[in-house]
Design a protein around this ligand. Structure first.
Ligand code: ADP
Ligand code: MG
Length: 385
């Protein structure tokens, strides 16, 4: 897609800019538990602010019912966060059309920020309503989209709004697209690493890269489907009958599957054991890839010039089953430190990369799991049109 970056925008000072961000962060009791997504958007906010824009921020937060205000979904903690960061007042405007909101916007000085209340409180946001988009647009002069994580959704504050205002791309969104484009036109060898829970959500990306990739590394619960398709005993591991069929169809010689696994045994006292594939017992649950598999996967990663990673190798949230994911995080990080381009995304994948302190070496750590899968799977991205 053609990017119309905010860097190309002229005469920003004094303009009212509707900035759609994705500040959909975990909030509990008014406290932000993880500000990662917010921090990633700060370059855009600072850029526009320093150029003297009047910023009208929009985000969604959680999944409230449209038309029903619920405090736990309020953007108030997000506004507080920006207040303490910039040391200035960030007003929350509760409704779109009220006199209070009009007044707050009218009174803004250059560089000021106001926050519109959670856009998913509004009826029509998820229906891509023109009426809602029009109402939003009345508050501003220009629209900027910096919310990559929702660009695969046709929502009013992402898509319909563009009909009513000149539109630009924020720095985070620009960075995401530029990074993903590198993955779409990879320097070979290309290694695709796919893990996590279910094949169904990853089928498009696998299909799109089946020919381009030199190696497709499979881990996570998804690997169970492939192992079951090969006829191995997988005990009580997480699988899905349909996914086994899919795995059978997908597999080619490019695929690397686990050669050993880490299981949790059944019985009164469950234990953690490393098993060869031929040794897996009926009571076992596979929860990570084994050491020989790590070694095998690392060999491919060390030769890659492009790496795309989505989905952890095991149930890394438990300390006994995090080795596979952390070892690969390390391998990918070290490889990406050099000339190799690495792109990684997915809620849990990013969490693991950050826990392993490897995120800083990755060329693109995507803020959009579903959106990244859509982009790399060549699905329609209505928010990018
Ligand atoms: P992402 O959000 O990075 O795209 P997914 O949502 O597809 O990843 O999957 C992540 C989840 O998969 C993690 O919570 C992890 O615990 C789980 N998982 C990985 N391997 C296994 C396994 N062998 N058995 C059960 N769950 C697993
Ligand atoms: Mg996930």
């Amino acid at each position: 897609m053609a990017i119309k970056s905010i860097e190309k925008m002229k005469n920003i000072a004094g303009k009212r800019i509707i900035l759609r961000v994705d500040f959909n962060v975990p909030v509990k009791g008014g406290v932000i538990l993880d500000d990662y997504k917010i921090r990633k958007t700060l370059p855009t906010i600072v850029y526009l602010k320093e150029k003297g824009a009047k910023l009208i921020l929009i985000t969604h937060l959680g999944e409230p019912t449209a038309g029903v205000f619920e405090r736990r979904f309020s953007v108030a903690p997000l506004a507080k966060y920006l207040e303490s960061l910039f040391k200035e007042k960030v007003k929350v405007c509760k409704t779109l059309e009220s006199f209070e909101t009009q007044n707050a916007v009218a009174k803004m000085k250059d560089g000021d920020i106001v926050f519109l209340e959670n856009i998913r409180f509004e009826k029509g946001e998820k229906e891509n309503s023109k009426d809602l988009a029009k109402k939003i647009s009345m508050l501003g002069d220009i629209y900027v989209n910096d919310a990559f994580a929702v660009c695969h959704r046709a929502h009013a504050s992402v898509v319909a709004i563009k009909k009513y205002l000149p539109s630009y791309t924020g720095l985070l969104l620009q960075n995401e697209i530029e990074g993903l484009e590198k993955a779409m036109k990879p320097k070979k060898p290309l290694v695709l690493i796919i893990g996590g829970a279910k094949i169904k959500t990853k089928i498009r990306i696998i299909n799109n890269f089946k020919d381009k990739a030199d190696r497709i590394i499979i881990g996570g619960a998804l690997a169970n489907d492939f192992l079951a398709a090969e006829g191995f005993e997988i005990g009580k591991s997480l699988v899905d009958i349909d996914d086994i069929k899919l795995a059978k169809k997908l597999k080619t010689e490019k695929f690397l599957l686990p050669v050993d696994v880490v299981v949790s045994t059944s019985g009164k006292k469950s234990e953690v054991r490393i098993r060869k594939l031929s040794e897996i017992e009926k009571g076992d649950t596979i929860l990570d890839i084994g050491p020989k598999t790590i070694f095998l996967y690392a060999k491919s990663i060390r030769k890659a010039n492009t790496i795309i990673w989505n989905g952890p190798m095991g149930k890394f949230e438990l300390k006994d089953f995090k080795k596979g994911t952390f070892a690969l995080a390390h391998e990918v990080g070290m490889r990406a430190k050099g000339r190799c381009v690495a792109v990684a995304g997915g809620g849990e994948t990013v969490e693991a990369l950050r826990m392993a302190k490897m995120d800083k070496h990755i060329d693109l750590v995507s803020t959009g799991g579903g959106a990244m899968l859509s982009y790399l799977g060549k699905e329609k991205m209505p928010g990018l049109l």
